[in-house]
Design a binder for this molecule. Structure first.
Ligand code: ADP
Length: 265
């Protein structure tokens, strides 16, 4: 224990302030530990592509550049690693913006159904996989106060994962449900799923169920951590449910006020 805690005694002489002091210390230690872990993770994530690039560049410098077959392959590896580092640094900048004051929201009243439709349309037009999209969205307008750019990022991160982990011929279902004080958005896929004990961890920074697989698919391990911070900034919640081999659903809520008019129409 630290020497700097002071016990608060009540009239009877019992110590009553100790617990709070101990709690503060462990809270601070937890923050320090998380910060150290984060820096270690970032360093590791950057070192991996850099050491890969170094060895490929060394091989090229040692003469591989003269080989018409090998040289383009080696250059393409270094290009991919550069792209990965750019994605990682961009994600880190997004997180650091969210942690700082720049993270404030630029909120506007938006018809969520329409906004969501546009985003799904964009994915449907550009997707390369053979995956079908199913929309279960309300026909009515649903006005919520959101930062469109941030919510676009949230949906982008969740939907790209659903596509990444979907099997050939799979289906992705998009749902919006309306409750009195919130809307609940969900995106379900029929992909590999996540082992039960890991489901909660996927929102942690750098957590991946399968590191090698995520890396191969270009993941940074930060997508869902960014989504979580953005949803929570809006006053919502985010969680997942998943069954291994069957699929995954990511849910999030946004505060919403059902108006009288909506009820009667
Ligand atoms: P990544 O860049 O690795 O995709 P994310 O933060 O987006 O990072 O996701 C963290 C991890 O959660 C992923 O590496 C993967 O293991 C798991 N995951 C996320 N979405 C899905 C999904 N739809 N199906 C299966 N696993 C998923």
């Amino acid at each position: 224990l630290r020497a700097n805690f002071s016990a608060i005694q009540n009239e009877a002489g019992f110590v009553s302030g100790l617990i709070t002091v101990l709690h503060d210390i462990t809270e601070q230690e937890k923050i320090d530990m998380e910060r150290r872990e984060f820096v270690a993770n970032v360093s590791h994530e950057l070192r991996t592509p850099l050491t890969t690039m170094r060895s490929y560049l060394e091989a090229l410098a040692d003469g591989a550049w003269k080989d018409e077959q090998i040289a383009p392959q080696f250059l393409s590896v270094t290009q991919n690693e550069t792209e990965r580092m750019i994605r990682l640094v961009n994600d880190l900048l997004k997180l650091s913006k969210l942690d700082s004051k720049d993270g404030h929201l630029n909120k506007e009243m938006v018809n969520f159904t329409e906004f969501f439709q546009h985003i799904i349309d964009r994915f449907e037009m550009t997707k390369e996989q053979n995956v079908t999209f199913k929309r279960k969205l309300p026909k009515t307008e649903l006005f919520v106060e959101i930062d469109e750019d941030k919510l676009t990022q949230v949906l982008y991160n969740i939907i790209s994962n659903a596509l990444k982990y979907s099997p050939e011929g799979g289906q992705i279902t998009f749902r919006v449900k309306e409750f009195d004080e919130r809307i609940e958005v969900s995106i379900s896929d029929q992909g590999v799923g996540i082992p039960k004990e890991n489901v909660k961890k996927i929102f942690e920074r750098f957590y991946r169920v399968d590191k090698a697989r995520s890396r191969k698919m270009g993941g940074t391990g930060l997508g869902l951590a960014i989504a979580k911070e953005m949803v929570e900034l809006h006053g919502g919640r985010i969680w997942a449910s998943s069954q291994e081999g069957k699929g995954t659903t990511i849910y999030f809520t946004l505060p919403y006020e059902r108006t009288q008019e909506d009820e009667w129409s």
